[in-house]
Design a protein around this ligand. Structure first.
Ligand SMILES: [Zn+2]
Ligand SMILES: [Zn+2]
Length: 339
């Protein structure tokens, strides 16, 4: 199943050869060598507040079609070498070292959480006087550990605003959709949802990529709604090989899409526009929104493949694909100002 999907998705790469996007696709020399790998970068075990051991958690992801997993226990590096020996298989499944740097600004009742992906050492919360300072301190410490930072669930406790994220340096990844049930992916009470925040940030000229992740804690009781369950949201990453370095570098360059269930067969960008071929294998119907500056929907496509022709003035274009059962996928923004 996994293998056939990877082969299928390699067709995605052909279109990138002509691309002039911000994501470095034009640099590709042999695009057919790239493959697509499904993974989750945010999961907890009994090494922090998860309900299952690292072995049980790893087995769940391996057995459910994932190609990589980051175990991100709070302020703890869960050892993955032995897990990789037991569960890893070259080209099919790997664990990547990681943690969730878990900081709290008690004076404002805010939770600033940043994942550290593929670090050389554990990173402890760095503190700070305000949300921006705390976030930056933790990002800087993660970079010092040679890791890639991922800003988690910004609307958890309404902790981080779009303006906070605009001021942040050296981090291009954030969770646009979390599987956790109480982190406010959507808007409410006058507060914007995370996707609205994304357009706000992009419209300021700052490039940031939207990830999907589980933040899974609950693997045992399927009726337990007190925490996040696995399989809710993920990323599909385009990389040359299935290694920790290749995967996190691809994330950092925006070579991925986020999903809660929509699968793409093909995604092409060239000077003229975007073409997205959706895997419509579940009897669902699809609509694709092509979204630009300030969140404006420049086109709603109901055809599959969904196509968009650049008009000029959009500033950026990103696509959101929604199926008739509520599943979604988000492609990364193509910044058009640089064309
Ligand atoms: Zn968190
Ligand atoms: Zn978490």
């Amino acid at each position: 199943m996994v293998r056939s999907k990877v082969i299928l998705l390699t067709s995605l790469l052909l279109g990138f050869q002509l691309s002039t996007t911000n994501s470095g696709f034009s640099q590709m020399e042999d695009s057919t060598a790239y493959k697509w790998y499904k993974g989750n970068t945010h999961t907890h075990t009994t090494n922090s507040d998860g309900d299952s051991s690292p072995e049980v958690v790893t087995k769940w992801y391996r057995d459910h079609g994932y190609n990589f997993l980051v175990i991100s226990d709070h302020d703890t590096l869960t050892e993955v070498d032995d897990l990789n020996k037991t569960f890893g298989k070259a080209g099919e499944f790997i664990l990547i070292t990681g943690s969730e740097v878990t900081d709290y600004l008690e004076s404002e009742k805010k939770a600033i959480h940043v994942n550290s992906l593929n670090p050389t050492k554990n990173v402890l919360p760095q503190g700070g006087e305000n949300p921006v300072e705390m976030l930056q301190n933790n990002i800087d410490a993660i970079r010092e550990a040679s890791a890639i930072p991922q800003i988690n669930h910004p609307n958890h406790r309404w902790s981080l605003t779009a303006n906070d994220l605009k001021q942040t340096q050296n981090c291009v990844l954030f969770e646009v959709h979390s599987g956790h049930p109480i982190v406010n992916n959507l808007s409410g009470g006058g507060f914007p949802g995370v996707e609205e925040m994304w357009d706000d940030i992009l419209s300021s000229g700052k490039l940031i990529y939207g990830m999907g992740a589980d933040d899974a804690h609950k693997f045992i009781d399927p009726w337990d709604k007190s925490g996040a369950r696995p399989g809710q949201a993920w990323v599909v990453v385009r990389a040359l090989e299935l290694t920790p370095t290749a995967i996190v570098n691809a994330l950092e360059h925006g070579n991925f899409y986020a999903s809660t269930g929509v699968e793409l067969i093909d995604y092409q960008v060239d000077d003229k526009g975007i073409t997205i071929d959706i895997n419509a294998g579940k009897r669902a119907k699809y609509r694709t929104l092509f979204i630009g500056k300030y969140g404006k929907v420049y086109k709603e496509a109901i055809a599959n493949p969904a196509t968009y022709e650049f008009q000029g003035g959009e500033m950026y274009i990103r696509a959101k694909i929604i199926d008739s059962n509520g599943c979604m996928a988000w492609t990364q923004p193509i910044m058009l100002e640089n064309k």
